[in-house]
Design a protein around this ligand. Sequence first.
Ligand code: BES
Ligand code: MN
Ligand code: ZN
Length: 498
Amino acid sequence: MEFSIKSGSPEKQRSACVVVGVFEPRKLTLPGELIDNASRNHLSDIIRRGDMEGKSGTTLLLHNVPGTLCDRVLLVGLGKEKEFREKEFCQAVRIAVKTLNETGSFDGTIFLTEVPVRKRDVAWRVRQASIIAQETIYRFDQFKSKKDEVRRPLRKLTFAVERRNELTPAEEALTQGLAIAEGMALAKNLGNRPGNICTPTHLAETAMQIAKDHQLECEVLERADMEALGMGSLLSVAKGSHQPPKLIVLHHKGGGAGDKPVVLVGKGITFDSGGISLKPGAEMDEMKFDMCGAASVLGTMKAVAQMKLPLNVTMVVPASENMPGGAASKPGDIVTSMSGQTIEILNTDAEGRLVLCDALTYSERFQPETVIDVATLTGACVVALGQVASGLFANKDSLARDLVDAGEEANDRAWQMPLWDDYQDLLKSNFADMANIGGRYAGVITAACFLSRFTKKYDWAHLDIAGTAWKSGGEKGATGRPVPLLTHFLLQRAGKLH
Ligand code: BES
Ligand code: MN
Ligand code: ZN
């Protein structure tokens, strides 16, 4: 779909459909009033007759409104003006785009981006609106022989801004929004693909394609390379599978040659059966999503490259299946990580931390400014935070704060949890330097504590996205999170948010 920004009067738009908001009860927004004046009270007459109360979630499509140059006017209910916040704004845009797409308009001009949202500027509104528009039309039908096609799909969307001096910031925000949306779509596609297609090799090929498309540097380490580096922990997870593991590295070199990179590490378990500590059968299909950390850092790299951010960003993805083959790790096995620390594998289903710890040690060689790992790491995180916020841990408070702020700004929230030493005791092993599980309590924290033992040499944050990376049930599918959070964090670092 094509996008653009415009400032101008709604009644003068030659568009298949012009979208304006109505507050509850029966109060037109400014662009609505302009159309009302041009049409000699056509809109206010309709509203007075009770066809549109302005309730959030409602729409009314009007044809041939007098005094306008467009074919249609779509009224969208915004709810009460006093209660109009981010959530209501996003919902209004979503329903507007959905309606445009389903009612035959090839193009639309959306004036909802002119409606003030408390504390949010025009750039925020345009960025969010463009992301929501792309999300609304996203379909994953790669494996459906019959695609249910929209007969006259929306091809072009224009977001209106009130003043001419808002055009430049809005256009910049649109470019950012589209890059984020593309990164999210990549993350969703990878997440939604089944385990037999989306293998470690598939993730590596995807990285190589991104590198080719955007002139990034890509390197893929094979099993033999990992053996030479002493990645005994990562390799122990791959042993039970026929799929070869990969360690995938991408470099975006947008900063100065001497600038230290931000390193993004993503868990890439392309299917998590649990291994010998086999998972129960119910919903095990959802463990194809166990590479959503990898998918989100790949999506973020794509967005960063597309925006040509003036920063150095490196991605490291340890990719493997976790399967119960004859050579698989057994409970009680002891492995030596690349850091030299030994690990007693008490549960083969706690495999994410086993692949991540070696990727985190490997990341030291890039002399990172910051390392952020992203992982569908624990069911305990879903119990604690549900599907609203990602779990956040950091060994530096200002980094945690920056990530919380980025999530808030991006509508992709994270919530900080403690990394106190008191929890480290739970990882004690009688036979090795540590165990890979910490018992029944505080599972989301003990997983982070495990990782913290491999991140002493740099500033580090960990995002547990087990609850946020995908949805279950009727709308089962990857969400593309936390691409918006990560990209906002990097935009902030690059000084591209005002
Ligand atoms: N990939 C899972 C975590 C997970 C489970 C994410 C359910 C989303 C939904 C991870 O590898 C895992 O199995 N973790 C175990 C750890 C336990 C054995 C300490 C878990 O959370 O049960
Ligand atoms: Mn597991
Ligand atoms: Zn897992």
